[in-house]
Design a protein around this ligand. Sequence first.
Ligand code: AMP
Length: 280
Amino acid sequence: MIHFQLSADLISNLELKKKAGKRIGFVPTMGALHEGHLSLIREAQLHCDVVVCSIFVNPTQFNQATDLEFYPRPLAEDLKKLTESGCDIVFVPSVEEMYSGNFSKDSTALYGKYIHRLEGAFRPGHFDGVVTVVKKLFLKVNPHEVFFGQKDYQQCLVVKELIQKEFPSIVFHMCPVLRETDGLAMSSRNIRLNEEERKLAPYIYECLSEIANAAPGQRFALLQKARERLAEPPFTLEYLEYCDRETLEVKEDFEGNAVLLVAAVLGKTRLIDNMLIGIN
Ligand code: AMP
């Protein structure tokens, strides 16, 4: 695996590969890699000749200084996992390399109304930071195909729209959520859960599954029950919504395709998850 820290080196290496007709797949991450991330690498390997992974903890998408400060950064372990996975190139830029001191964010004002809901409402400015960094990375890597996780469902909608508007040649893939055996969605933040919280955390998945597996007529009652249970300490519920998959507007009827999205804080750790309902 080749390791680049400078954009210019990455760009010139990839130019040669593109000239040789190689198809470039790209997996952006913030590191602290787990099986969920590695599943994206494996999916990219199925579609592309060269797989590029970036590791960059993007300061402009954090709306809490402590979350940024305590975000795990186990770089040596990440590089080992990527090498073992057969990833071809890893790009690990510094903050200076990505921003050159200019932290102005791209506005998401031009994006769909869904951007202001859910994560957009609870993490003001988060998606502006995401769009800013994803654009910068796309311009450097100039990939043929990109691979994002359904774990961040709303982020997938934002990136899909960014691609439609500004990078129409890029093929977008949304890859399934990888879970621990007890159902907890894998996340770099899970290591912050203490032993007791870790035992309780799969409850979020249980709530989602219960609603998803119920007959449409029973879903509203289960949704309300789950909201109450996830609002009880040590959980604090931010949202649990049954939404249209494209607009993220709340769906009043429980028939047809939908997506259930949840964000809850457990102790000091914010957890998000989602589940598609209907035909995947
Ligand atoms: P992050 O490092 O959290 O920014 O995530 C990098 C990419 O990995 C994003 O596209 C995430 O949606 C994806 N990802 C994170 N957790 C999982 C998971 N449990 N299963 C699949 N993909 C994931």
